[in-house]
Ligand binder design. Structure first.
Ligand SMILES: Cc1ncc(COP(=O)(O)O)c(C=O)c1O
Length: 391
């Protein structure tokens, strides 16, 4: 069976599960990550969302409005709420799933303290729009959520450089993973001083964390092992491994219990290996992306040239039946995110600039195709998808 995603993990990562990892791995990972992103500083966290949390704390932003797309990962809104601020949502555009610019301008109020620009899937945010906000609202902090666009560029410029900070979630489904974990990058020395102070006061090391993440990665190796994946799929479908795979709750605002732990040296050591082989990962993702782009005759979310996506997406009206048919052919596809934030219980009644409510349409129709497949498997997926959707 082909899984909907599979991290590019190999023997090097497997050996790390059983190796001693010195504490210096964390700093080494941060330094290598900042060099990789071409920024002066990087700081690691337990999760990507905690980079946002720490940033808001570092600037002592409280009881303010933070604007973010209605269509993004719910954990970002949870982090905003947990930091003592309010999330304000803006509908996204059809073309690139970025916030609709006219609605974004309307969403800005005197309570706005920060805007989270989110480059989703293969489409970088529009830097002209970011620049406009910078110039017209210099007091508003700009955060680039580059979780899905690690090396994203727009008109030759690196997206992560266009803001007060960039954040990266480094979970298992991302092209560079540290098992769990997140990163913040910036060029701002003053901000880093404040972030370090927040980290000292609110975050701490945990001996158990490294051990737990080793066990988790070992189980992930088993779960993604080709001959075993059908079992994994079965267990996931019937909720037997929720504890390991459901990393957030769409019905209540919360952050994971281990959020205030520092990244473990074990996770950092995995992240370093992943950075080392990013070129190899990128090459195979781009080859598969090219096959999908050229071959699929269905509505899709275009991937800007040169971008390494974490998910390749198509839009399908009768998603459930397509997903079932693919599964019956041994191919699992994903439906992330299958929600628009303002429609979820915790965020109903929040300020929402809804426009055409395109966020909701995307949530109903999005399908993520597997990327960690061979070129012949990718061609099979294209053929099957075109056939299923034309019949
Ligand atoms: C767009 C986006 N931003 C941020 C995150 C945060 O990631 P984490 O789970 O590491 O907090 C995610 C999670 O995948 C995401 O999809």
């Amino acid at each position: 069976m082909i899984p909907r995603f599979r991290p590019n993990l190999g023997w090097g990562e497997f050996k790390k599960i059983f190796s001693l990892t010195p504490k210096s791995e964390v700093q080494d990972f941060e330094e290598e990550f900042s060099a990789f992103m071409g920024q002066k500083y990087a700081r690691s966290f337990s999760y990507g969302r905690m980079a946002l949390y720490a940033f808001l704390k570092a600037h002592q932003i409280e009881k303010k409005e933070i604007i973010l797309p209605a269509y993004t990962c719910i954990v970002m809104a949870h982090a905003i709420e947990e930091s003592g601020n309010h999330s304000v949502f803006v509908d996204v555009r059809k073309e690139d799933l970025s916030m609709d610019f006219e609605l974004l301008k309307k969403a800005i109020s005197k309570e706005t303290a920060a805007i989270v620009f989110t480059s989703l899937y293969g489409a970088p945010v529009n830097l002209g729009e970011v620049q406009f906000i910078k110039e017209h609202y210099p007091h508003i902090k700009i955060i680039q959520d580059c979780t899905h666009l690690l090396n994203g560029k727009s008109q030759g410029k690196t997206i992560a450089h266009f803001g007060d900070m960039a954040l990266f979630g480094l979970g298992l489904s991302k092209p560079v993973t540290s098992v769990f974990g997140g990163m913040l990058t910036t060029n701002d020395a003053e901000l880093i001083k404040q972030i370090d102070s927040v980290k000292t006061h609110l975050f701490s090391d945990s001996v158990g964390r490294g051990l737990f993440k080793r066990v988790y990665l070992f189980l992930a190796f088993v779960a993604f092992w080709k001959p075993f994946y059908s079992v994994t799929n079965f267990l996931e479908r019937y909720g037997f491994i929720d504890y390991f795979v459901k990393l957030f709750d769409v019905n209540k605002i919360e952050i994971p219990k281990d959020s205030f732990q520092n990244l473990s040296s074990f996770e950092a050591s995995i992240g370093r290996l992943q950075l080392e082989k990013f070129a190899e990962t990128a090459e195979s993702i781009q080859a598969v992306t090219g096959i999908y782009q050229q071959g699929l005759k269905v509505p899709k979310i275009d991937v800007t040239e040169g971008i390494v996506v974490s998910h390749y997406n198509i839009l399908i009206k009768n998603r459930e039946s397509y997903m079932e048919s693919m599964l019956s052919h041994g191919i699992q596809v994903g439906d992330m995110y299958n929600y628009s934030l303002p429609e979820l219980k915790p965020y109903q009644g929040h300020k929402y600039l809804s426009g055409h409510n395109y966020s909701q349409n995307v949530a109903r129709e999005i399908v993520n195709l597997p990327l960690c497949v061979s070129e012949s498997e990718a061609r099979r997926i294209v053929e099957l998808t075109n056939k299923l959707l034309q019949s």
